[in-house]
Design a protein around this ligand. Structure first.
Ligand code: LIP
Length: 272
């Protein structure tokens, strides 16, 4: 199956999941449970949307593996694994803040971001209708649910770090949030400004679209960044972990290549 065929499955599935999530949002959303901390919550819509996505992917690609935020992983018999966040930006979704996304990527290998090879990705924001897509080597695009010809994406041109609009996010663990907040406080005077929008997949897509100059975060789960990282990389961003590592829970940074180098060095100086 071609990367474009895999992308078609990812996009169709993301649109179906996003339509369900948006409908549940209109009907009203409540917390179903908390997970790693009292502020790390899951809604029934998260669970229902992942169940729909999982069923659609199993129907289309029964031998592939599945690794999603809200249900048990399944091993791959084909060598491909689908990495899924059914509603990324769960807190935004709970509060009705129109900045959340269905994030679906298909990778060669298992659900380990240190070794997987991302092949195709879709990030869909049902609140805006924006559909971000990419395939490995095929570029990154921004279209809409109507499938009108999508526009090719490219990162913003290089800027000095003092002119950089930088996105970031924070963990659900309060101690870690304190550490992350102190780092951001030190970085803030050195950049144009900071944006904390609450949805890693859309932050990575914002770098791809030139709406952010850079994005970095620590403690993300694989499903948070699997799709957005491929989209940002295919739009010309460097997407990496610290030093020579691949992006992972430890650290992810996405930016135009020269800014990525400067910003990583500055973050290391600040103790990231
Ligand atoms: C969210 C990420 C975001 C991060 C939040 C949370 P979730 O994922 O997309 O970047 O800052 O703390 O982890 O929990 O909404 O799927």
């Amino acid at each position: 199956m071609s990367f474009d065929d895999l992308l078609r499955i990812a996009r169709d599935t993301a649109l179906a999941g996003g339509e369900l999530a948006a409908r549940r949002r209109r009907e009203g959303v409540s917390v179903a449970a908390s997970k790693s901390s009292p502020v790390d919550i899951v809604t029934e819509a998260d669970r229902e949307t992942e169940a729909l996505i999982r069923a659609l992917l199993a129907d289309a690609r029964p031998d592939d593996g599945f690794y999603g935020e809200e249900s048990d992983a399944s091993e791959s018999a084909s060598g491909l694994t689908w990495i899924v966040d059914p509603i990324d930006g769960t807190v935004n979704f709970l509060y009705g803040f129109p900045h959340y996304a269905v994030s679906i990527a298909v990778v060669e290998g298992g659900p380990d971001p240190l070794v997987w090879r991302a092949l195709a990705a879709c990030v869909f924001n049902p609140a805006t209708g924006e559909v971000y897509t990419a395939t490995e080597g095929g570029g990154a695009y921004l279209g809409d649910a109507a499938a009108v010809t999508p526009a090719r994406l490219a990162v913003a041109p290089p800027v000095p770090i003092g002119q950089a609009l930088v996105g970031t996010g924070f963990a659900y663990d309060s101690d870690m949030r304190g550490v992350q907040g102190a780092l951001v406080a030190s970085l803030l005077p050195q950049v144009r400004d900071i944006r904390r929008m609450g949805t890693a997949s859309l932050d990575l897509c914002a770098v791809a679209a030139g709406r952010l100059n850079a994005y970095f975060e620590r403690t993300l789960s694989p499903w948070d960044h699997a799709a957005g990282a491929l989209i940002a990389r295919e739009a010309g961003a460097t997407v990496k972990g610290l030093r020579d590592a691949a992006p992972s829970r430890d650290f992810i940074l996405a930016a135009e290549p020269e800014l990525a180098r400067v910003l990583e060095a500055r973050l290391v100086e600040l103790g990231v």
